[in-house]
Design a protein around this ligand. Sequence first.
Ligand code: HEM
Length: 111
Amino acid sequence: MAARGWPRIKEILDGALEDWEKANGRRPAIEVSHEGALRWETKEQLAQSRPFDLQLIEPDKVGAGRAEETNLIKILRRNVGGFRRMPSRGPYLSDDEIKEIADWIDAGMPD
Ligand code: HEM
């Protein structure tokens, strides 16, 4: 299936926080937990997100069949360095949702 655009990716990421809130009984403190360096109100904000010096989507890995190597896709699947899999302690995104994000990165992050 052709990759869908940014609105669908935002929907998946926003959904992850809604599911986290339902499971944990409080809003996730995204700003504080990531020192203000994780945002996705716009595609550009996601592209510039760099929590703890780990750029989420390294530009040289966009549209190059290398989405699985990006920090975003890696940390949605497993621990990265000293950081646990995200969203922290789950619930995690489904494999299908993670693949949708990876396909979108491989497609060049279309609007
Ligand atoms: C390089 C990428 C990322 C790094 C290094 C990172 C790191 C961290 C750290 C250090 C914490 C606080 C400690 C903990 O609860 O484990 C945290 C919390 C959290 N992160 Fe991430 N994170 C990343 C990406 C993401 C993404 C993409 C999401 C959502 C899709 C996410 C969702 C969360 C949530 C929900 C929490 C818990 C917040 C709370 O307790 O209120 N993180 N993250």
